[in-house]
Design a protein around this ligand. Structure first.
Ligand SMILES: C[S@@+](CC[C@H](N)C(=O)[O-])C[C@H]1O[C@@H](n2cnc3c(N)ncnc32)[C@H](O)[C@@H]1O
Length: 296
């Protein structure tokens, strides 16, 4: 079965649609559950045309076998993933992070005086700077070593996050007094103030590659919101195992509101806070990969 041709005369056959979906699941861990054949064809057609191909099948050949495929996979990952984000996203959850989770972490880390938080899948960085503002305003970590690490698979997003210059739409949910306090308006946009930026670092990490995730240091908290929903079940399980490995004992995992670990992992305990649900790595838990079967 074939769909009617798109505006450029390209036809995505049902079999090709299925083949692309399984290739994207296998290579990128993406589920693409909400993509119909027509929407996938729309997303891919510019890439097909850009390579001078006349059919989706030729493009599939390039992805599978060409020497240029590595660059193309990076382009594709950017096109196939959703990068939507903004400061102060889900205020109730952030309030709970500030009033319940940060005090727990301050108590747990009071001897080491180090706080490491990882925003995994941070897109263009708004979540990282939001977390940095919360940590700063809490006043609980003065004179501590504080590192808030933001990572994303998209090179373009990581560059934007490092730049830390934002347009109006990023501020749709942030209180205006906070914006005034922590950003400087310049002709090219609102710049994150240095006293917030100094806590933050960024890197490109594909969460579906456990060897890359292992390079991220031990964390007191991992915030991974609105990312797992795009993964297929096997990738979701693998990413969660990597998170469990990266968390210190007592460390906290915060997911987005539409995400949970039901049917994914039971290595973390559910933490029912007053304002939200989160997950915690229990004392005496085991690392998940077989080579690390000893208590942490
Ligand atoms: C919808 S945004 C969420 C941004 C932020 N966490 C928030 O909630 O506002 C999802 C981000 O996950 C990133 N992402 C998707 N697949 C990824 C992967 N395999 N590894 C790392 N990041 C990935 C995308 O590039 C995108 O920027």
């Amino acid at each position: 079965m074939a769909l009617p041709p798109g505006p450029d005369g390209l036809v995505l056959r049902k079999a090709e649609y299925e083949a692309f979906k399984s290739l994207f699941s296998e290579r990128l861990g993406l589920a693409l559950a909400s993509d119909t054949p027509a929407s996938l064809a729309r997303r891919l057609q510019d890439r097909v045309i850009c390579h001078g191909h006349k059919t989706f099948a030729e493009y599939m050949q390039l992805l599978r076998f060409s020497g240029h495929a590595l660059d193309e996979w990076e382009e594709l990952q950017d096109i196939l993933t959703v990068h939507e984000t903004y400061f102060w996203r889900d205020e109730a959850q952030l309030r709970c992070f500030r009033t319940e989770i940060l005090p727990m972490l301050a108590e747990q880390g009071r001897e080491r005086r180090r706080l490491s938080i990882w925003s995994a899948g941070c897109s263009t960085g708004e979540e990282v700077y939001t977390l940095a503002i919360l940590v700063h305003e809490s006043g609980l970590f003065r004179d501590w070593f504080v590192r808030i690490y933001g990572s994303d698979v998209s090179k373009r997003c990581v560059s934007a996050a490092r730049l830390g210059v934002y347009g109006q739409s990023s501020f749709r949910a942030m209180p205006s007094d906070m914006r005034k306090q922590y950003f400087h308006d310049r002709p090219d946009g609102a710049h994150v103030a240095d006293r917030i930026r100094r806590y933050c670092a960024f890197g490109q990490v594909n969460l579906a590659h456990p060897d890359k995730v292992r390079l991220v240091g031990a964390q007191d908290a991992i915030v991974c919101r609105n990312v797992l929903i795009y993964f297929d079940p096997a990738t979701r399980r693998g990413v969660t195992e990597s998170f469990v490995e990266r968390l210190n004992t007592g460390g906290i995992l915060v997911l987005g509101h539409s995400e949970s670990l039901i049917h994914v992992s039971n290595a973390l305990e559910l933490l029912a806070l007053k304002g939200d649900l989160a997950y915690r790595k229990p004392v005496g838990s085991f690392r998940s990969s077989p080579e690390f079967l000893k208590p942490t």
